[in-house]
Design a protein around this ligand. Structure first.
Ligand code: IPM
Ligand code: MN
Length: 350
């Protein structure tokens, strides 16, 4: 039995989470798993009602679960930054979710904007460091609002933080066993302190413990170029927090859009959190038109991380089948089916 905290969140979050839970129930019933859900109403609505974003008591409760399943955070009436920092980033820091795992995989039948590229070419994974870099919040503003103001936002990289991320990426590449190639995405020609550390650690660890994995390096600007031009060059990409944030939005687009892109915020030694990486899509709220496949894919990643790989694989295979044989598009309102119907189709094809 697994105890799962469910945070449907804002906008269309609850609609897609409902489909994810439906699929999880179907697959767990059929495979003798038991999932025990506890729902939390964190998000914009609660903040507007009570002023609370993430009460300490709730945070303490969340530590007790086997995993967290998140819908989306973001509300049109809440100033940008409050929920992102107070909820999403706080959870990443407090639960030490130091890996952000974002597969970029084009399923058969899904449209990509890349000409002449298909599922064979677009299949790689980004391992994004998730607790350091510019996200650490170091810096500040001096003389704010005057002509002499100074804003500094520093990137914090620790040997420990970089090393644990690199080790995870090497292990992941080995377990994936496809190209056995790990690409470090950096900017060694300009960010000469941060990526000096990253690059040294990368080669030291790789040489010592992962001689079977080919080590490759690309600057971040070249990385986005190759992601469009030659995505087949990538197997696993490892990178720091901000670069990872940026390149994975491009990744989501080439795999068919935000409707299908799933991710995991992972603490390999603790409780991890899984989410569709698209936002709360407020304009579609309650219309039953957004794509639940990203949320369903996140549920599969959750099972995979819990060690239920066979169940995870069943869900992914069903998603692939539904994409290939049913859906007209992955875009909201254009799927040829409602949110709920797509969930039903995934269950039918499990
Ligand atoms: C993501 C998001 C977040 C990030 C925002 C909402 C803080 O863009 O999960 O990629 O920048 O990490
Ligand atoms: Mn992002």
């Amino acid at each position: 039995m697994y105890k799962i905290a469910v945070l449907p969140g804002d906008g269309t979050g609850p609609e897609v989470v409902r489909e994810g839970l439906k699929v999880l129930d179907a697959v767990s019933d059929a495979n003798g798993l038991k999932l025990d859900y506890t729902q939390y109403d964190l998000g914009g609505e609660r903040y507007l009602r009570t002023g609370e974003v993430l009460p300490d008591s709730v945070l303490e409760e969340l530590r007790q679960f086997d995993a967290i399943y998140l819908g989306a955070i973001g509300h049109p009436d809440v100033k940008p930054g409050i929920l992102e920092k107070g909820l999403l980033l706080r959870l990443r820091f407090e639960l030490d979710l130091y890996i952000n795992l974002r597969p970029v995989k084009l399923y058969p039948g899904v449209e990509t904007p890349l000409k002449d590229k298909g599922p064979k070419e677009i299949d790689f994974v980004v391992v994004r460091e998730n607790t350091e870099g510019q996200y650490a919040g170091a810096g500040g503003i001096l003389r704010k609002g005057t002509k002499h103001e100074i804003a500094i936002q520093e990137s914090v990289c620790t040997r420990m933080g970089v090393e644990r991320c690199l080790r995870y990426a090497f292990e992941y590449t080995r377990r994936r066993n496809m190209g056995n190639k790990l690409t470090l995405c950096g900017k060694t020609n300009v960010l000469t302190y941060v990526f000096d550390l990253w690059e040294r650690a990368f080669h030291e660890i790789g040489k010592q413990d992962y001689a079977d994995i080919t080590r490759d390096y690309a600057h971040v600007d070249a990385t986005v170029m190759w992601m469009v031009k030659n995505p087949e060059w990538f197997d696993v990409i490892v990178t720091e927090n901000m670069f990872g944030d940026i390149i994975t939005d491009l990744g989501a687009m080439i795999q068919g859009g935000m409707g299908i892109a799933a991710g995991g915020n992972i603490n390999p030694e603790g409780v991890s959190m899984f989410e569709p990486i698209g936002g709360s899509a407020p304009k579609y709220t309650g219309q039953n038109v957004v794509n639940p496949l990203a949320a369903i894919g996140a549920a599969a990643m959750m099972l995979d991380t819990l060690g239920e790989t066979a169940c995870a694989r069943r869900i992914e295979k069903s998603i692939m089948h539904v994409c290939a044989t049913h859906m007209k598009s992955q875009a909201a309102g254009k799927m040829g089916y409602s949110t709920q119907e797509v969930g039903d189709l995934v269950i039918k094809n499990l």
